[in-house]
Design a protein around this ligand. Structure first.
Ligand SMILES: CC(C)(COP(=O)(O)OP(=O)(O)OC[C@H]1O[C@@H](n2cnc3c(N)ncnc32)[C@H](O)[C@@H]1OP(=O)(O)O)[C@@H](O)C(=O)NCCC(=O)NCCS
Length: 320
């Protein structure tokens, strides 16, 4: 920051604010661009009884950073605040990062934070260095990988996509059609039972069915591509890829999971291959994902041709 530069803070409330905030966010997080409208939609889904603050920081009258501060209601830890800071990584200096962090800290404390949680991408070298200097403790590390879908050779895998006896394939749309009264509940249980075993920095808390229903009934739900291995009327395993509305040629793996009683039968690998095929048909050019470094699917992703591009690093700090 130059000697005379000045930061101004605006609280985000209107669509125009969200449009501006999304531009800053997309500079910081290039794997998954979102629009202002989408950002507004996600903000509206945030539980009304939980604490949240979203700010735009301007430098010398120009939008410079977007700061999101959320009560981490999804983690089983009282007074944990999760914050995120977006900016143009090519433009920021150490001094500016520290100044933005002060704004983040002051706002988090105002919201009652006792502990702070933050995910940083390893490519943001200044952020990672500053967080270490600020005394943040490094925890979970998730290698982030990317698949070039056009270069993926399905022929190579065609002999490996036969489901074991007793299972059959269904797409998400087929499940909806076959189970009109229960599909939402089936998708919910699939996601919750899978997420319960995904390594996370804090213990996982289930999303209620009502909340989940609100999410999958929203305007972006059609961007999720689901493929399942069924055991009778039950989902045994599934793989979900979501396209980004702001750039539908990019996607990310929303979740892959196999119910505990059906693990190590090859289901997850088969569904991953089939979901790449369905992503290709939908026009997706790159699929991004990240897995905790000991997650077995990281190795499977490398086998399928995903390349390591960076690491998501979890940082925490007690502030009281
Ligand atoms: C990870 C998970 C999806 C694997 O599902 P699965 O159907 O059992 O996986 P597969 O049988 O297709 O295994 C594919 C390969 O992964 C590896 N693997 C799977 N589970 C493993 C385990 N528990 N330990 C070591 N390697 C394992 C193996 O290399 C395996 O190939 P192999 O059996 O030929 O050796 C399942 O354990 C799960 O649902 N976990 C919780 C959800 C999760 O972590 N999802 C990933 C993040 S989104």
């Amino acid at each position: 920051m130059s000697q005379n530069s000045k930061f101004d803070i605006q609280v985000i409330s209107t669509l125009e604010h969200f449009e501006r905030a999304s531009l800053l966010r997309n500079l910081s997080f290039t794997h998954g661009p979102i629009s202002g409208q989408e950002m507004l939609h996600h903000t509206e889904l945030f539980p009304k009884d939980k604490k949240m603050r979203k700010l735009i920081v301007q430098k010398d009258g120009v939008d410079f950073a977007y700061l999101s501060i959320l009560e981490a209601y999804w983690a089983d830890e009282a007074d944990l605040i999760s914050w995120n800071l977006s900016f143009d990584p090519a433009q920021i200096t150490r001094q500016e990062y520290f100044a933005l962090y002060e704004i983040c800290l002051a706002n988090s404390l105002e919201l009652g934070a006792k502990k702070l949680n933050h995910w940083a991408e390893s490519t943001q070298v200044i952020a990672v260095q500053c967080l270490r200097e600020l005394g943040y403790v490094e925890g979970q590390k998730n290698p982030c990988t990317r698949l070039d879908v056009e270069a993926f050779d399905l022929q190579k895998w065609k002999d490996s996509v036969q489901l074991p006896a007793g299972f059959y394939l269904m797409t998400g749309d087929e499940v909806k059609e076959a189970h009109p009264d229960t599909w939402k509940h089936m998708f919910w249980r699939f996601e919750m039972d899978s997420l319960a075993d995904v390594p996370l920095p804090s213990p996982f808390i289930e999303t209620t069915f009502e909340k989940f229903e609100e999410e999958i009934s929203g305007p972006y739900a059609h961007l999720m591509h689901r493929v399942f291995a069924m055991d009778g009327n039950k989902i045994a395993s599934g793989s979900q890829i979501e396209r980004y509305a702001a750039n539908p040629s990019l996607g990310h793996i929303a979740i892959s999971g196999t119910m505990r009683e059906h693990r190590r039968k090859g289901l997850a690998r088969i569904l991953k291959i089939l979901s790449i095929e369905s992503a290709k048909e939908a026009g997706i050019k790159f699929i991004y994902t990240d897995n905790e470094q000991s997650n077995p699917l990281l190795k499977v992703n490398f086998e399928l041709g995903y390349e390591h591009i960076s690491d998501f690093m979890n940082f925490t700090k007690e502030v009281i």
